[in-house]
Design a protein around this ligand. Sequence first.
Ligand code: FMN
Length: 161
Amino acid sequence: MATSNAADPSHYRSVLSHFATGVTIVTGMDHATPVGFTCQSFSALSLDPPLIWIAPSRSSTSWPKIAAGGSFTVNVLAADQEDLCRQFSTSGVDKFAGVDFTLGVTGTPRIAGALATVDCTISQVTTAGDHFMVVGDVAALDARSGMPLLYFRGGFGQFAL
Ligand SMILES: Cc1cc2nc3c(=O)[nH]c(=O)nc-3n(C[C@H](O)[C@H](O)[C@H](O)COP(=O)(O)O)c2cc1C
């Protein structure tokens, strides 16, 4: 490690990239059009009441459209969904081209093949630097058996048992 300067963006990115996570696609509806973006910043938050949080960038073009609808679904990606992850991390393309989905109880897309889906209504939105901290009230959630897509130090990987 070259420096411990927290103000150095590349050092911040490099150090924080050591925290391995799963990857999600956060989806919503812009009127009748499905929208979404790849989102690593997601975690459980509260059991009683059931809450989760996500952190959309303030530069996200999808988030304002999702927020206007008042609800979203967090789709936890499976190990074989890396292509989908890349598709939803590219701004301005038709992200849902070729993507199968159903609508959850919140009216937002549950992507076919996701390892888990968490349907939420938006409970709180706080500005935190260049991101928003969004708390979601969990309305419904489901999971299937299978392996997750993992993200670590800027690369994708799989869980080995
Ligand atoms: C692995 C990975 C994780 C990401 N995590 C986040 C995240 O937590 N929050 C976020 O706003 N963008 C995240 N992004 C970037 C967005 O997916 C990307 O900026 C996307 O193009 C935004 O699309 P939009 O303009 O349609 O919202 C991530 C991208 C990748 C590849």
